[in-house]
Design a binder for this molecule. Structure first.
Ligand code: FPP
Ligand code: MG
Length: 286
């Protein structure tokens, strides 16, 4: 990850807060709590809640005490989506974050239900703010994450082109990263103009992030990724490398990254970490 000391601190704060927000191992039904904790506390990058914290920092109009909880809510939605994405009915993957997928450890029924409960818990965490609920709901529903996942499945083996590809990646990945950023700005009571700027930053960064994810699926190995490499090609997924090839996809990822950076222009606070995170999206190796 990045050599930025703030990131380690943020990751530790996020993990400690997730640990506190999730049901404890001893809370019945224990298997449900264990499955939720397994999926959520595994070794992920925590890029979405880090974006929420970094955006709150960069737009701070008021002390941002809510950003940590709201970032954790986004991570819960992300983890729900990973559990369901890995199920046999969807992408049927056995490995995630370097460990067996949730359904491999707890069975399919519990994996589905742990995902459902994480989704609900995310909105419980946001429930003191109707606006925050709206931001996350819009990003993950039938015009966001779920729509993107449906079209991602539909696109397998089809001869769909660049427009569909951009729409799918925007919905399945970029909307949630945009929401992570907008929630950070809302938590520090930033203006609508700044909220929109950071949403655009997060969405552009999300496009660069997903194109890089496509590239890594093609070029890295499973040990590096902690999940199956080469699976997109095996399933005939519609990806940037499948439509544009490797070199052109790299260029496009860099273009989205630069677009993300340009959206930071109206911000007057400390944007260094947001800049570094944008650069990290295209240079990452996992
Ligand atoms: C890896 O994130 C995941 C993505 C880049 C998003 C892919 C989109 C989906 C799986 C959508 C699924 C949607 C539904 C509704 C099932 P990451 O590299 O940040 O993973 P990490 O948290 O393990 O680091
Ligand atoms: Mg999928």
């Amino acid at each position: 990850m990045l050599a930025e000391p703030r990131l380690k601190t943020y990751q530790q704060q996020i993990d400690a807060r997730l640990d506190a927000l999730l049901p404890s191992d001893s809370e019945p039904p224990r298997e449900l709590a264990r499955a939720m904790r397994y999926a959520c506390l595994g070794p992920g990058k925590r890029i979405r809640p880090i974006l929420t914290l970094a955006t709150a920092q960069a737009t701070r109009e008021q002390e941002a005490s809510l950003a940590l909880d709201w970032g954790c809510a986004v991570e819960m939605v992300h983890c729900f989506s990973l559990i369901h994405d890995d199920l046999p009915a969807l992408d049927n993957d056995d490995l995630r974050r370097g460990r067996p997928t949730t359904h491999k450890v707890f069975g399919e029924a519990l994996a589905i239900l742990a995902g459902d409960a994480l989704f609900a818990l995310a909105f419980e965490v946001l429930s003191t703010s109707g606006e925050a609920c709206g931001i996350l709901a819009r990003a993950c529903g039938a015009r966001g994450l779920v729509a993107g996942e449906v079209e991602d499945l539909e696109a397998e083996g089809k001869d769909w082109g660049a427009d569909e590809l951009v729409r799918i990646h925007h919905r399945k990945t970029a909307t949630l990263l945009g929401a992570a950023c907008e929630l950070g700005a809302l938590s520090s009571a930033a203006s609508l103009t700044l909220r929109s700027a950071v949403r655009e930053y997060g969405q552009a960064l999300g496009m660069a992030f997903q194109i890089t994810d496509d590239l890594l699926n093609e070029t890295a190995n499973s040990e590096q990724l902690g999940k199956a490499a080469g699976s997109d090609r095996d399933r005939k997924k519609l990806t940037f490398p499948s439509v544009f090839g490797i070199d052109e996809s790299r260029k496009l990822a860099e273009e989205w990254r630069d677009r993300a950076l340009s959206h930071l222009a109206p911000l007057t606070g400390d944007v260094q970490l947001l800049r570094d995170l944008a650069l990290f999206t295209t240079s990452r190796s996992a």
